[in-house]
Design a binder for this molecule. Sequence first.
Ligand SMILES: [Zn+2]
Ligand SMILES: [Zn+2]
Length: 351
Amino acid sequence: MRSMIRPEDLLCPRPAGLYCPPGDFYIDPVRPVARAVITHGHADHARPGHGAVAATPQTLRIMAERYGEAFAERREPADYGQTFGRDGVEVTLVPAGHVLGSAQAVVRWRGLTMVVSGDYKRRRDPTCAPFEPVPCDVFISEATFGLPVFTHPDDAGEIARLLRSVAQFPERAHLVGAYALGKAQRVIRLLREAGWTRPVYVHGALERLNRLYESEGVALGPIEPAPLAPCSGALPGEIVLAPPSAIADRWARRFADPVTAFASGWMGVRARARQRGVELPLVISDHADWAELIATFTELRPGELWITHGREEGLLRWAELNGMKARALRLVGYEDEGGEDAPAAQATERA
Ligand SMILES: [Zn+2]
Ligand SMILES: [Zn+2]
C-alpha cells in the first residue's frame, strides 16, 4: 500500500504555504486559509485571519497576545503528543526546541509519516521543551543557517562576553537587541543562570510576551521597564533589552553612550554586525546551525529530505554526497530569523 502513495500526495507546496490535500489544511500558511496548523508564534509562521487554527496552547496564547482574541474564527489547541484527525490524516505536534510552544507537525496518512519541523534547534534552551526526533519517511527542514560557515558558539560563552563588557564599562548602559518572542526571554534566563541578579530593563514591546512566558512557568527574575524619556547617563552598568529595530532608532538616544549589542545567529557574520552598527555582536540563535542540521538528518535518516526557507543549496549537496534523496521546496514568505523585526511586528511597540 505504501508504494502507492507519493509524499507529494500528502503535502505539497502551494502559494499560500505547505498544503495537505487529503486533510484539507495548510501548515504555517502565509495567507488566510480555512484550516491551518501552526508550528510556532513567530510572525512569519503564525499569521492572523485563518478559519480554524490548530496549534499548541502556548502558540495560541502567543497569537492572541499579538493579534487580539479574534485572530482566528476557531482555536483547536493540541498538547504535545496529542493526535488529532483531519479527514483521515493524523497530526501530532511534538517539541521543536525553537521557542515556547514551538512544535514540529508530524503528519501520518496510510502508513506514510512526514515531519514538518517548522523552525528548530538542537541545543538546550531553558525557555522551551527540547526538540524531539521522530522517525519519518520525509523530514521537512528549515535551512536558515544551512551552510558550513554557520557554527553557533556556546550561548553561555556569549552571555559571559556580555557580562565582561558590563564589568569593563560600568559607566555605560548595555542595550541588547533581541527578538520579542523567544530570544529576549532566553537571553534573560541565560543571564540569570550566569548569576546576574540585578533587574533587567526592558523596552515596552517585550513586556507582554515576558509576562506570558512567566505565566507559562519560565521565571525571568526582576524585570523593570526601560526609562520613558531621555536622561543623561541613564542606567549605567545595567542591561536593557529591546527589539533589534529600537537599538538603531531614536528610542536608543535616551541612553548616553550605550554599548549596543544584538543577540542573533546572524551576528556570526561580521558584515551584518557592522552594517547594523552593533558594537557587541552576540551569536545566540534559535535556529539549528550547520552541524545541528547535519546531525539531525544523520540521526533521522529519512527516506527523503525536503528543504525550505533559507540556504538550500549546501544541504542539497550534502544530501547528494551522503546518498539521501532531497529536494528544495522554495516556499516563499518566511524570513531570516523569526520575521520579528518586520514593521508589522513593531506596530504594538511602546516607549
Ligand atoms: Zn522560520
Ligand atoms: Zn521561528
